[in-house]
Design a protein around this ligand. Structure first.
Ligand SMILES: Nc1ncnc2c1ncn2[C@@H]1O[C@H](COP(=O)(O)OP(=O)(O)OP(=O)(O)O)[C@@H](O)[C@H]1O
Length: 211
């Protein structure tokens, strides 16, 4: 890993990590990983193996049963990590009564940046024709693109994208690949996806079955 310069270096470290949602079933057991520097990491494993669960732990919401998960050396559950970590979950969580543009403004405010960046990106993705629409009236792919833009607004140097390309049209997948590739020169980008676009250069494959 390690293309381009970034300071401090992005990193993801997992020590003796055990994750579960209940005491009956352990999803991931005693996982150890250390990834330092920028680049694109493809998280792979069969359905139900725990890719999204790992991302949930990286978001800081799912607390480990045992072990540690660190983003840039800081515990994933620490509010400090929010400044430089982004999580894009597989299923968009949008407010049905707010418009598409309201969501862009909200995500910009939450990350403390001008709304112009998110709006310009949304225009590139062809979302401007839906700006005034309530999100409950948007198509699946449109919701997915809005969610991706919202979740990657502002400055960050570690991002986890869970199935970002599912349901998204080819042209938009290419735009996403371009953006991800650009970010990866200074950021560590994790992608959990069963299909990776051909244009996306993967620096490392993280096969959870091998850890
Ligand atoms: N919120 C939850 N509560 C309880 N169990 C859950 C929850 N989310 C996931 N699981 C369980 O945890 C296990 C791992 O699921 P996870 O979604 O992490 O797998 P995945 O590798 O991302 O799968 P896929 O490739 O299908 O997206 C599965 O057995 C799943 O049923």
């Amino acid at each position: 890993m390690g293309r381009g310069e970034s300071s401090p270096l992005p990193s993801f470290e997992v020590n003796n990590l055990t994750l579960a949602y209940s005491s009956e079933y352990t999803v991931l057991k005693d996982l150890n990983l250390s990834i330092n520097g920028s680049g694109i990491v493809h998280i792979t494993a069969p359905n139900g193996y725990g890719k999204s669960t790992l991302i949930e732990a990286a978001s800081g919401y799912l607390h480990p049963i045992y072990g540690k998960i660190l983003i840039n050396g800081v515990d994933a559950s620490s509010p400090e990590t929010r400044k430089y970590r982004r999580i894009c979950r597989a299923t968009p969580a949008l407010h049905p009564n707010l418009s598409l543009v309201d969501h862009l403004v909200l995500s910009s405010q939450l990350t403390g940046v001008s709304k112009d960046e998110a709006i310009q990106r949304a225009i590139r993705f062809g979302l401007n024709i839906w700006f005034g629409k309530r999100t409950d009236a948007l198509s699946t792919g449109t919701r997915k693109k809005l969610w991706y833009i919202m979740c990657t607004t502002g400055k960050f140097n570690v991002a986890f994208l869970d199935e970002p390309f599912n349901g998204v049209d080819k042209e938009s997948v290419e735009l996403m690949s371009e953006e991800i590739c650009r970010w990866s020169s200074r950021s560590l980008i994790f992608i959990s996806s069963h299909v990776i676009p051909q244009s996306l250069h993967i620096d490392m494959t993280l096969d959870l079955t091998k850890y």
